[in-house]
Design a protein around this ligand. Structure first.
Ligand SMILES: Cc1cc2nc3c(=O)[nH]c(=O)nc-3n(C[C@H](O)[C@H](O)[C@H](O)COP(=O)(O)OP(=O)(O)OC[C@H]3O[C@@H](n4cnc5c(N)ncnc54)[C@H](O)[C@@H]3O)c2cc1C
Length: 419
């Protein structure tokens, strides 16, 4: 068998390793378009704060990791799939035949339609190449403007503060991490950041960027204010890297469409990771989650299904994000904004920066968000994923959500007893 994996991020690497385990004699190759050995974008914040060097971001550290497993790595950009001939074609015209193909090409930052966004000094923070530029420009004392305070923006925010820059954050929604936190908790994070010296503008948009001379940039905000910066970093969302797949006839929506076996509209082609519109555990719908745990889970399931004689269904991933913003840990899981016809309970302690919000459907916990409560992260995820009936604990949690740990222990013991 010949397996070709396009994309050398976590989804591509985990899939190739899994293919090797399941099919020891197969021919396996990864084709990736970046010049570095396969690396983890999740490690970039540690590189920005100089906790690790570039090699610390590599997904596998041993020199001969891939050659020892007989996995060939080719550095090329794939531009076409010839599904009739089971061949992928790279930008330099090379052709690679496959029996089964996995698309694990990830996502790229969306470029906001702001005049001046292509000026020198405006960067994304997505690749190692971007990170090198940020390290060069974000010197202690430099002025940096971060556009976007979503999950990725907030991860970068922490690294920038640790680099001792003068930081301004601009977010068009009315709170920070709007896809993870509601107005109450998102604004608690904002207040926390402001106390640490970050200038945060929510409900604000960057209208245009212009050169201010001397290598500086001027960012004009919609309220009429402008901010001078040595560096502007954009973190305003991502989109799946799938144009070549669409042009090659594969079906797509927000990502490449797959069935519950992660198989695309072509039976020999599978998809995994940020490029894949896979099943969401909580809703049963197909969405792009764009987080690493989902990419890795997709990769394992897809690789299994690519090997003849193996068949396993993807039950869906719980959408979850855990974020450390300057020491304040926030987390959201599943249907954190609530289920239709469901109930919710909330604890707010503004002074202590503590927040807990539980969302129920009948007596099952289906979503949660929390702030400043690190010890609850595993419990919340466990209860949602196991769909444990809470019984009498549902009413107790409606009165006091902080009893979640007690509820978890009581309900899991009850489940063991009845098993
Ligand atoms: C700064 C930062 C911090 C993050 N922190 C977290 C975190 O804390 N937790 C979390 O869950 N997620 C985090 N993420 C998101 C996480 O990195 C992604 O969800 C994850 O990388 C997805 O893995 P993937 O393999 O699908 O895609 P990617 O890692 O993007 O890998 C895709 C690969 O495909 C290659 N490729 C693309 N197009 C082609 C083509 N046409 N031909 C050949 N190769 C191609 C790309 O160059 C890349 O090597 C972070 C992301 C960033 C940028």
């Amino acid at each position: 068998m010949i397996y070709v994996v396009v994309g050398a991020g976590p989804a591509g690497v985990v899939a190739a390793e899994q293919l090797r385990k399941l099919d020891p004699l197969a021919n396996i190759m990864i084709i990736g378009s970046e010049p570095e050995p396969p690396y983890s974008r999740m490690a970039i914040p540690y590189y920005l704060t100089e906790k690790i060097d570039e090699s610390g971001t590599y997904l596998r550290k041993a020199d001969q990791h891939y050659s020892l497993r007989d996995i060939t790595i080719i550095q090329q950009r794939v531009t076409k799939i010839d599904t009739a001939m089971n061949t992928v074609i790279t930008e330099s015209g090379e052709k690679y035949r496959y029996d089964k193909l996995l698309l694990a090409t990830g996502a790229s930052p969306s470029v906001p339609p702001v005049p001046g966004i292509d000026l020198p000094g405006v960067h994304n923070c997505w690749t190692l190449e971007d990170a090198r530029e940020i390290v060069r420009l974000a010197r202690p004392g430099a002025s940096v403007l971060l556009m976007g305070a979503g999950f990725i923006g907030c991860i970068i925010l922490e690294s920038l503060v640790l680099r001792d820059v003068k930081l301004t954050v601009v977010e068009m929604e009315n709170r920070m991490v709007p896809r993870m936190m509601n107005e109450v908790s998102g604004n608690m994070i904002k207040r926390w950041c402001e106390q640490k010296g970050v200038d945060v503008h929510t409900s604000t948009r960057a209208d245009s960027i212009e050169s201010a001379g001397g290598g500086k940039l001027k960012v004009n905000l919609n309220g009429g204010q402008s901010v001078e910066a040595d560096l502007v970093i954009t973190a305003t969302g991502v989109k799946s890297n799938m144009q070549f797949a669409i042009d090659s006839g594969l079906h797509s929506d927000q990502g490449i469409l797959v069935n519950s076996f992660l198989q695309t509209s072509n039976e020999d082609v599978y998809a995994a990771g940020d490029v894949c519109q896979g099943k969401d555990f909580s809703t049963g719908e197909y969405t792009v989650q764009a987080i690493q745990p989902t990419a890795v889970e997709h990769a394992k399931v897809a690789a299994g299904n690519m090997v003849r004689g193996h068949r396993s269904e993807h039950i869906g991933n719980v959408n979850m994000n855990v974020l450390d913003t300057l020491g304040l840990v926030s987390a959201s899981f599943g249907l954190w904004m609530g289920a239709e016809g469901g109930d919710s309970s909330e604890l707010v302690n503004e002074d202590a920066y503590r927040y807990l919000n539980l969302q129920f459907k009948d007596d099952v916990l289906v979503g949660a968000s929390s702030l400043g409560l690190t010890q609850h992260v595993g419990v919340l995820r466990g209860l949602i994923q196991s769909e444990t009936p809470l019984g009498v604990w549902k009413d107790r949690l409606m009165k006091d959500p902080m009893r979640i740990m007690e509820a978890y222990l009581a309900c899991s013991q009850a489940q063991v007893a009845t098993a």
